[in-house]
Each structure stands twice: as C-alpha cells, then as structure tokens.
Design a protein around this ligand. Structure first.
Ligand code: ATP
Ligand code: MG
Length: 160
C-alpha cells in the first residue's frame, strides 16, 4: 500500500501523468473515496497522459460509461455513483470492455458486486481538512510493480 499526499491540483496532475506511464491495455483502476475527492480530475489527467484531450474527460452523468478512443490506448471511464442498487451493475455493460484491449477506470467502485478482475489497482482518495491523500493498493502481481514505479515517478516529479 502506497500513500501519496496531493497538496494541490498540480500533485493530482503529476500523479495522473505517472499513472498514465505504466498503463497497458487491460489495466483496471477501481476508485473509492470521498465525494469530490478528485477521482474525475485524476482520471482526466491520466487520460491527458495517454494523449486524450483532457477537457473532454468529465463526470459520466447521463451515460455512466464514457469511451475515449483517441489516446495511445483506448480508455473507458465509468461512474457508478448513481447506481444505488448494486444489482444494476449487471446492466451497465462494463463487462463488454473486459476484452483486454481497454484501460478501465471506475469511480464509486464500491458499487460493484465483484472487482471485475483478479488484477487491479484500488485507488482511494480521501480529503481531510482540505488535504487530499491518495492510497494506492495493488491487487495482483502486475500492479505491485506498477505502484512502485508510480511512486518513484511521483516523488521525482514532485522534487522539480
Ligand atoms: N488535488 C486537488 N487539490 C485541490 N482541488 C482539487 C484537487 N483534486 C481535485 N480538486 C477539485 O475538487 C473538485 C472535485 O473534483 P472531482 O470532480 O474530480 O472529484 P470526484 O471525486 O470525481 O467527485 P465525485 O465524487 O462527485 O465523482 C473539483 O473542483 C476539482 O478541481
Ligand atoms: Mg467524479
């Protein structure tokens, strides 16, 4: 488990860029965390690192799934906030993206019945007294190494 302090939006941007550097097709990031903690913001900067137009990345509202196909790897951004009933997940269509081709980033992943895969990054952002902390918990062997790389990247970028 790796804990990173996000003292401002610049840190969130740095983290997004560092995450984008380790991402490969099929990778899954499951977000947990407080309302307004910065999950969509972090997704936007991660998308930017993949070459996706950042301003296009907004909260999925009407459609809970947004596809971004213009980056170097296709990205799917999902927001399960409005799904009060976990059973509704079966109807979201997320499963269709589990082909190994897409990066999948899911906000409010606590609403999932199951974590989609045995290999994923659990990313928890919390806010306390206006300070944000991102906790990265790798699940499965692929993510252990990636989280180490993200941490080194984030700390190096923060020193600049
Ligand atoms: N590190 C940060 N420092 C300061 N403000 C931030 C930071 N990260 C995000 N924000 C701001 O917090 C607000 C909420 O961000 P965002 O919409 O990304 O949160 P969220 O976790 O996706 O929210 P929701 O739970 O509603 O989906 C935005 O105004 C954003 O600019
Ligand atoms: Mg959001």
């Amino acid at each position: 488990m790796t804990s990173l302090r996000l003292k401002d939006i610049g840190d969130t941007r740095r983290l997004g860029i560092c995450i984008s550097k380790v991402l490969e097709p099929g990778d899954i990031i499951l977000f947990h965390g407080d309302l307004g903690a910065g999950k969509t913001t972090l997704t936007r900067y991660t998308a930017g690192g993949l070459g996706i137009e950042e301003r296009e990345v907004t909260s999925p509202t009407f459609n809970i799934i947004h596809e971004y196909l213009d980056g170097k790897i296709p990205l799917v951004h999902v927001d399960l906030y409005r799904l009060a009933d976990s059973a509704d997940i079966l109807d979201t269509g997320i499963e269709e993206y589990l082909t190994g081709e897409f990066i999948i980033m899911v906000e409010w992943a606590e609403h999932l019945l199951e974590p989609l895969s045995d290999e994923y990054l659990e990313l928890d952002i919390s806010i306390q007294n206006d300070t944000r902390t991102a906790v990265l918990r790798p699940v499965g062997s692929i993510w252990r190494k990636k989280v180490e790389t993200i941490k080194v990247c984030f700390e190096r970028e923060a020193e600049r």
